[in-house]
Ligand binder design. Structure first.
Ligand SMILES: *Cc1c(COP(=O)(O)O)cnc(C)c1O
Length: 218
């Protein structure tokens, strides 16, 4: 009941060009079905196994987004159905996605994760590394993957100035490259910072707790 209400209320306020990825990690199939019955069909998970079991159990018109870090050896489990992989950060991973997608005769859309947070996160590419990846000839040979945009996560802080600067940095980088590489998706913003992210040009937000309530890790 509460989840359906939250989804309706949330989507009511979103501008039309912004896609909502409902982040359902740790939530049960029943809870996600409550969201699904409102007509929402885009869900995000950060663990491949969990996403696979939900995909198996749930209606097949759901678009599943992998928003978490991807281990190369697990790509094969999701290649049949994943609709967007948000956190791609190496050519090695792109090659594996390409190989597994080919087995299913698919082209899998991917976002490059760019490191914008000040905190010492292990994941994400620097702008320089992302630029050189985008320019690689080897990338052009991967016919079963398509880089369609960029993803970033701001520092976890109350300092809105800092969050704004980080989002702004990513937006500028996106604007600089979107025409040349035909990028159309900028995934930034979560429950705590999606308004700021949208103000800075995000067109895809990944929202979990604001829709489903706090997560219970057990
Ligand atoms: C969990 C997660 C989210 C959603 O977080 P909330 O604060 O619950 O909205 C967004 N992006 C990524 C990469 C996540 O892992």
């Amino acid at each position: 009941m509460k989840i359906a209400e939250n989804i309706h209320r949330f989507k009511g306020t979103l501008p039309g060009h912004v896609t909502l990825v409902a982040v359902s990690k740790t939530k049960s199939v029943e809870e996600i079905m409550e969201a699904y019955h409102t007509g929402h069909k885009i869900f995000g998970e950060n663990k491949i196994q969990e996403m696979v079991s939900k995909w198996e159990a749930m209606p097949k018109d759901i678009e599943w987004h992998m928003i978490g870090h991807v281990q190369t050896n697990k790509v094969k489990y999701m290649a049949e159905f994943v609709s967007l992989i948000h956190a791609v950060d190496s050519l090695k991973l792109l090659k594996e996605i390409n190989k597994q997608a080919a087995k299913h005769n698919r082209v899998i859309d991917c976002l490059l994760q760019i490191k914008i947070a000040e905190e010492d996160s292990k994941y994400g590419l620097s702008e320089e590394a992302a630029e050189s990846l985008l320019q690689m000839d080897e990338l052009r040979e991967l016919e079963h993957v398509k880089i369609v945009g960029l993803m970033g996560m701001a520092t976890f802080t109350d300092n809105e100035m800092q969050i704004s600067e980080e989002f702004n940095t990513l937006k500028n980088f996106y604007d600089k490259h979107k025409a040349a590489y035909q990028l159309h998706t900028l995934s930034m913003g979560m429950s705590g910072d999606y308004s700021l992210a949208m103000a800075h040009g995000s067109n895809m937000i990944r929202v979990g707790s604001a829709l489903f309530g706090a997560r219970n890790y057990s």
